[in-house]
Ligand binder design. Structure first.
Ligand code: BES
Ligand code: ZN
Ligand code: ZN
Length: 493
């Protein structure tokens, strides 16, 4: 879709739909809306008054202009209190524009940069959020159904100042790049496990542009002595594991190296500690960490961050066959540390442990792992907030801040000293499950054994990577969570 900013008389542009924002603030004079009101002989103020429309957050009023404006329809988009209008309000408003345009079968939309000059958010960030919401709301997983034709071809963003055009265009361009990354992540999560095997992830990685990709098959994984990863994968003889690495290098000499590790369990049955049928229904989502990392790497050469970025995925199924690991088995991880596998459903940490050990060989300054790791995370934070834990407060704070700015909420959980005892066992260096409670924390404590002194953050997206209900700009299914937060984090280094 063509999206571009203009400095122009917005009322002179031909379009199917014209969008104007409105704050819930009496003092806030909306010059553009007043002008439209005059053109329509005060019809707008009459409608707003009679229908008691105040510009509340999320409030949207669609008016047919009966040929009195160049646009057939006018959408007045409420953004709530001017002071409280943040990027998430704008993103959601962007989504409303898209659904309205689709309903009207509009071809061309013209809109002001929502929230511009409200004070809190820069014009560029307004344009970024609005375009993100607009584009992401249009996502649909269509690999197995006929794609519906969309008539929408163009959106024009109107800037109040000529000087704002370049910045807004840049933000729109950035939103379009990031959108592509989120779409890949959502698609990979939504791809069913009969299609999206470990080999499929490896092939998808090899197709990525602008990154160096290396894929290791089972022979190489054995040579690397990834015993924890292999312990999970040994029950999936039909679909063997792959270890995937992706590398991006900026043109100028990078100051920092960042490694991302995504959990890539293409299907989690639980293994012999088998899941209940209901809990297994959405377990194709257990590759959402890998999907986020691949979504990011798919657009990284366009984002062009100044840092070196590597990404690693230990891709495997967690299945049951005659070779599968049993509860009580003990494996030796690549790091040399031994693990008693008391619960085969706590497989993610086994795969991550070896991926982390491998990633450390390149001596990254920061290590960030992202995983649908624990059901306990859903209990603690629900489906709209991810957990973050780690050993470097600065990195954690950066992630939380970027998450706030992208509308991907993160909440830090503590690494409680005393819970370290929960993963102790007398017959190995550690065990792979904790006590009954604080499962998200004990999982992080397990992973901490494999990060050494590297600055590290762990994200648990078990709740946020999947939505069972349609959200403002995220339809049911894989959410592609954290692609946007990671992109923002990298732009700040
Ligand atoms: N993949 C699951 C975690 C999960 C649960 C993701 C719900 C998304 C939604 C993970 O492998 C798992 O099963 N973890 C166990 C760990 C326990 C056995 C220590 C869990 O959380 O129950
Ligand atoms: Zn599991
Ligand atoms: Zn899992």
């Amino acid at each position: 879709m063509k999206i571009a900013a203009v400095y122009n008389q917005i009322l002179n542009v031909n379009a199917d739909l014209l969008v104007v924002d409105m704050a819930q603030d009496k003092k806030h004079k909306n010059k553009l809306l007043n002008k439209i009101d005059l053109t329509l002989k005060k019809e707008i103020s009459a409608i707003l008054k009679n229908e008691k429309i105040k510009g509340a957050k999320g409030e949207a009023k669609l008016i047919y202009t009966r040929g009195k404006l160049k646009a057939d329809y006018l959408l007045i988009m409420g953004l709530g209190d001017k002071d409280k209008c943040d990027t998430e309000v704008i993103r959601r408003a962007g989504a409303v524009i898209l659904s309205t345009a689709q309903r009207l079968k509009a071809k061309k939309v013209v809109s002001v940069v929502l929230g511009s000059k409200y004070g809190k958010v820069s014009d560029d960030d307004c344009a970024l959020a609005m375009t993100e919401g607009f584009l992401l709301a249009g996502y649909k997983y269509t690999r197995y159904i006929k794609k519906a034709e969309s008539s929408l071809a163009e959106m024009v963003l109107y800037c109040r100042e000529r000087a704002a055009v370049a910045g807004v265009n840049k933000a729109v361009n950035l939103a379009q790049i990031i959108h592509q990354g989120v779409v890949l992540a959502r698609d990979l999560v939504n791809d069913p496990a009969n299609l999206a095997t470990p080999r499929y992830l490896a092939l998808a990685a090899k197709k990525l542009k602008g990154v160096k990709v290396r894929v290791h098959g089972i022979g190489a994984i054995k040579k690397l002595k990834m015993g924890a990863f292999l312990s999970v994968a040994q029950g999936s003889t039909a679909n063997p594991p792959y270890f995937i690495e992706m590398h991006y290098r900026p043109k100028a000499r990078p100051k920092k190296k960042i490694a991302f590790i995504g959990k890539g369990v293409t299907f989690d049955t639980g293994g012999y500690s088998i899941k209940l049928a209901k809990s297994m229904e959405t377990m194709k989502d257990d590759k959402a960490g890998a999907a986020a990392v691949m979504g990011l790497m798919s657009v990284i050469s366009k984002l062009q961050p100044k840092v070196e970025v590597s990404a690693y995925i230990a891709a495997t199924e967690n299945m049951v066959d005659g070779f599968a690991q049993r509860p009580g088995d003990i494996c030796k991880s690549m790091s040399g540390k031994t693990i008693e596998v008391l619960n085969t459903d706590a497989e993610g940490r086994l795969t991550l442990a070896d991926a982390m050990t491998y990633a450390l060989k390149k001596k990254p300054d920061y290590l960030i792992d992202i995983a649908t790791l624990t059901g306990a995370c859903l209990v603690a934070l629900g489906s709209r907030c991810s957990a973050v834990l780690g050993n470097d407060q600065d990195l954690i704070d950066k992630l939380i801040k970027c998450g706030r700015e992208t509308g991907e909420m993160l909440w830090q959980l503590p690494i409680v000293e005393d819970y370290r005892d929960d993963i102790k066992t007398p017959i190995a260096d550690m065990k792979n499950n904790g006590a009954s409670y604080a499962g998200t924390i004990t999982a992080a404590i397990f992973l901490e054994n494999f990060v050494g002194k590297t600055k590290w953050a762990h994200l648990d997206i078990a709740g946020t990577s999947w939505t069972s209900a349609d959200l403002p700009y995220t339809p049911k299914g894989g959410t592609g969570v954290m692609v946007r937060t990671f992109a923002r984090l990298l732009s700040g280094f």
